[in-house]
Design a binder for this molecule. Structure first.
Ligand code: PEP
Ligand code: MG
Length: 659
């Protein structure tokens, strides 16, 4: 049974879609292969699938042989044509994703002086400066024995290898189940566990043992072949998967040898962890708060170690290659995660420079902490809420630590993008409820799905559009897809019983959009009532992001409880300057008098109608514009958690001076 099709999976079978495709294939008994050009690989191995390099719009065929061959081909073809089809939510949603542009530090601009001159140079993987004692972690290399097995040793050796895989998986499962591992790190460890059980590594190793090689040597040989294949693809993401392969192979070998790598529990405070390579789960389990920095021979900006370091704000320089050996016996190291420089046993002048810069950064951070619990208040007693913009629950802790007065924008699309399929009502309800519970004393504003434009998601077919930013996005798409929108509205109604939840609509340009949403909310509430499901109510607001919303603000204000200005979009629409196009970046400035006039007009309409108005676009954290926003009457500014304390400081000084 064989059928061909054109792949419609956005960005091709890479990372998470590959994991989903393999999971689907594994649900069938038949042998299933995916064929591209001359090459055919098992559809049940994500490693082989990623190495096949299937891109969006490639022609491929699915070939199956077995009792359920027809069903398998149908399901896999359906997935390739529409990744939404036939896929249920399940475990393993955690395949590693390429790090986003924004997350990967860029080399310092030439104008910025480097913290150090000279020294070693590696990949700048996580920004920040580190100066501390070296904690060298160089577990012994495992060398292949290259033992030749006799015919009667082959069977037992294969069994020993299979048992080692099971034991390793159990160990990884235990580490996943343990407390204290952050959710984002857990995803990385789960993805590594998938590689450990992948057919590609397993089949190649078993073939090598069949050829008479001992298990340890077979694992080393097969993993290094597969890692080379990944590296040949000349793609940073794939190079990071090569490293995953090698680090999993090491763990399999250690399991076969009954050994374990030393744990990182004894790292002294502020130490720079130096290693040839660090297993992502070793790092995820390490006392990360104590780490002053990470330096590795292996790894790039999209490697798992880099992602963990960035998540936890630990400076990291990776990919030093052989040069990392020079740090084995070092006493101290100074690292600059912005430029990728590492200085071994820095001299007095370098130490002094580092100490000064680290000290200044720490002092500034410490001084700002004093503003964590400050409640900025106008002379008339009105509080200016300084809230957080969040995209996932993992960011809640940082927002709480910063002193966020609630959430001014929860971007729900990340929930949808992350899963490559539509998240269930239960899952959404639990997420929104947890968010509301995290800020019991403040409003939490959840924005309904805002996809399209620059934010498409796999799983919803988007038409080819000449001007996607002027097209089928945000509330427009949601109203056309009540099957998707009502699931979210039901989840929000359910979550509303858990806290001070508010809901706002993106990309509104007409009051009818608000009215139609209210009808759907009414339908959802009625359905939940009939079903006997607990639910509450929420104030409904709109984002002011289009010129139409500004000019129609008076009419909109009659329909809703609050406005939140999205200056990122408002600026691009007022200035007719694409927010993603660097050639018009000079026009894309929220400080332009035309944009400020639009903000002022929306504020006047809100004040006249007696509804609240805030801002959740990037401009909300701009110290040059904040005084004007306050003057206009905005009572909420929502921003990245990192900007909250500085904004509270500015607001309290501003308001004190005005009082
Ligand atoms: C905005 O447009 O200002 C906004 C906050 O929304 P997003 O950046 O998600 O489009
Ligand atoms: Mg927007």
């Amino acid at each position: 049974m064989e059928r061909s099709t054109i792949v419609r999976v956005q960005d091709g079978l890479h990372a998470r879609p590959a994991t989903r495709f393999v999971r689907l294939a594994k649900g069938f008994e038949s042998d299933v292969e995916i064929v591209k050009g001359e090459k055919a690989v098992s559809a049940k191995s994500s490693v082989k699938l990623m190495l096949l390099g299937v891109k969006e719009n490639d022609e491929v065929s699915i070939r199956a042989n077995g009792a359920d061959a027809i069903e398998a081909v149908d399901a896999l073809i359906a997935y390739l044509e529409n990744p939404m089809s036939g896929v249920e939510e399940g475990v393993g949603e955690s395949a590693p994703q390429p790090a986003t542009e924004a997350a990967v530090p860029k080399a310092a601009a030439p104008a910025e002086p480097a913290a150090v001159d000279g020294g070693l140079h590696g990949v700048a993987a996580s920004v920040g400066l580190g100066l501390g004692p070296v904690f060298a972690h160089f577990p012994q290399q495992i060398e292949p024995h290259n033992k030749t097995l006799s015919a009667d040793e082959i069977g037992p050796e294969k069994k020993r290898f299979e048992e080692a895989i099971v034991r390793l998986q159990e160990k990884l499962d235990r580490s996943l189940a343990s407390d204290g591992m952050q959710e984002s790190d857990r995803g990385i460890v789960a993805a590594l566990r998938d590689i450990a059980s992948d057919d590609a590594l397993r089949d190649e190793t078993l073939a090598a043992i069949d050829g008479g090689l001992d298990a340890v040597s077979a694992v080393i040989a097969s993993s290094s072949n597969l890692a080379d294949d990944f590296r040949k693809l000349d793609d940073a993401y794939m190079a990071a998967r090569a490293e995953d392969m090698e680090s999993i192979a090491r763990q399999i070998c250690l399991t076969l040898l009954g050994q374990e790598d030393a744990r990182l529990d004894d790292i002294p405070d502020g130490a720079i962890l130096v290693a040839e390579d660090i297993g992502a789960w070793d790092l995820a389990r390490a006392p990360l708060k104590r780490l002053g920095g990470v330096v590795c021979g292996h790894g790039g900006a999209t490697s798992h170690v880099a992602i963990i370091a960035r998540t936890h704000g630990i400076p990291a320089v990776l990919g030093l290659g052989e040069a990392v050996n020079a740090l084995r016996d070092a006493r101290e190291a100074a690292i600059d995660g912005q430029t990728g420089q590492v200085v071994i046993d820095p001299d007095e002048a370098t130490r002094a420079r580092f100490e000064e810069m680290i000290g200044a950064a720490t002092r500034e951070k410490e001084a700002l902490k004093a503003y964590k619990d400050v409640v900025p208040r106008r002379a008339d007693g009105t509080v200016i809420q300084v809230a957080a913009n969040l995209g996932s629950l993992e960011e809640v802790e940082a927002a709480q630590e910063a002193g966020a007065m609630g959430v001014g924008l929860f971007r729900t699309e990340l929930l949808f993008m992350r899963h490559m399929h539509l998240p269930s009502e239960d899952m959404q309800a639990e997420t929104y409820a947890e968010l509301a519970r995290a800020f019991p004393d403040h409003p939490v504003i959840v924005r309904t799905l805002d996809i399209g434009g620059d934010k498409p998601i796999s799983g919803v077919e988007f038409p080819e559009e000449e001007n996607p930013f002027l097209g089928w996005r945000g509330i427009r798409m949601c109203l056309d897809r009540p099957d998707i929108f009502k699931v979210q509205l039901r989840a929000l109604l359910r979550a509303a019983v858990h806290g001070n939840l508010r809901v706002m609509l993106p990309m509104v340009s007409d009051v009818e959009e608000v009215r139609r949403t209210r009808v759907l909310i009414g339908e959802c509430a009625a359905e939940l009532k009939v079903e006997g499901v607990a639910h509450g109510e929420f104030p409904l607001g709109v984002m002011i992001e289009t010129p139409a919303a500004v000019f129609g603000a008076a009419a909109l204000a009659e329909e809703v409880a609050f406005f939140s200005i999205g200056t990122n979009d408002l600026t691009q629409y007022v200035m007719a300057a694409d927010r993603l196009n660097p050639s018009v970046a000079n026009l894309n400035d929220a400080a332009h008098p035309a944009v400020m006039a639009a903000v002022g007009q929306a504020a006047n309409a809100a004040l006249a109608a007696g509804i609240e108005i805030g801002m959740c676009g990037e401009a909300a954290a701009r110290s040059d514009l904040i005084p004007e926003f306050v003057r206009m009457g905005l009572t909420e500014l929502s921003m990245s958690p990192a900007a909250i304390q500085a904004t509270k400081k500015q607001l309290s000084e501003l308001l004190d001076a005005a009082a």
